[in-house]
Design a protein around this ligand. Sequence first.
Ligand code: AMP
Ligand code: MG
Length: 411
Amino acid sequence: LAELISVREAQNSICTQMHRLEEEICGLTEVCGRTLAIDIHSRVDLPPFDNSSMDGYAVCAADTRQTKEEKPVVLRVTSDIPAGKAPDVEIVAGTAARIMTGAPLPNGADAVIPVEWTRSSGSNSIMVLRPVQPGDFIRSRGTDLRSGDLVFTRGRIVQAQDVGVLAQLGFNSVPVFRRPRIAIISSGDELLQPGEPLVPGKIRDANSYTLFHLAKNTNAEVIRLGIAPDDPHKIRALLDLAVEHHADLIISSAGVSVGEYDYVRKIIEEDGTLSFWRVNMRPGKPLAFGNYRGIPIFGLPGNPVSAFVGFLVFVEPAIHAMTGGCQTNLREIEATTQEEILSDGRESYLRAIVKRSPTGYSARLTDEHQGSGNLLSLSRANALLIVPSGVKCLPSGTAVKVWLLDNFKEI
Ligand code: AMP
Ligand code: MG
């Protein structure tokens, strides 16, 4: 078990051990960010009826064929069709109906003339300044979607615009996967709360806050269980609290390495199963995964950058696996290195700054050092640059994979 496994092996091992959560019904005001548990098929045609895309006049296109600005055809306006009203007239040759955007097209009409292409000609007539073709300015029934069409597939994370589509289709609520309940634990004798005064030898707990928000951003329900000192009984007590809270996943940080006081890994071995605890990556080699009393548990490294990277590389996909989401990493793009980048042959996730340029994306490392305790440098970065396993030098100008961080837009 002391074996060093690759990032890919670790990800595969995690994914096969995560269980899908149950489904529940979710109303439209709560559904954004949730994961669909079923394929959504349309129950209607969209648009549901032929309608005007402009404010104008519904006409027979043939009536306008000869019209020109100097010699306009005159049509008699026989009715008014506002949006929301079913028309009760039929358009015959020589007549038109005033029609508003979104109003149903009356029988007999096969085109709409925008109001800008007309001039009034007495109280109930218009002059047509330009001809229209059949179909012009009409949104025909079913052009966007036909009843029965597949609209969204199971596993889709619902976006704001998707909720609008669901509303158009007549869904009040949809089945989604339950939100995972995630418990966050920090461990270490040196840790203080942010509000406590610093005393010699102590530092403030950063990880439980970073991990709390990373987990929240996946739309999970997140509980912070606090800090356990380096005492096996106290660590176990916090893990048991996670069990009591019916956590679907426990994320702890620190205490998984080879230090004298690294108890987390030992506890997982005793009260659960440890799948692995060493991954061939940088930062974050000591990274444990297993289950504690049946609940999947990550023992992320204590160094704050390693914990963050460990979350993106392993925990995020694990959460998606629980909620049926697709595995593709939406953060990933390709960029070109602007400088030579050295690595030690481990798969590396380096803090980088990515910029858009006319020819694509360019990437360089942040100015700050890449020490895994240097959390601030992660705030200065807007991407992680991935050096593949086995590669020790990327010359300037190499195409690399980068993962854009959420602050990418702001830099
Ligand atoms: P460990 O994995 O326990 O050896 O911790 C590795 C490093 O991460 C040490 O320098 C710890 O002080 C630091 N560390 C552990 N937990 C946290 C935390 N919650 N917030 C900030 N730094 C931490
Ligand atoms: Mg420690």
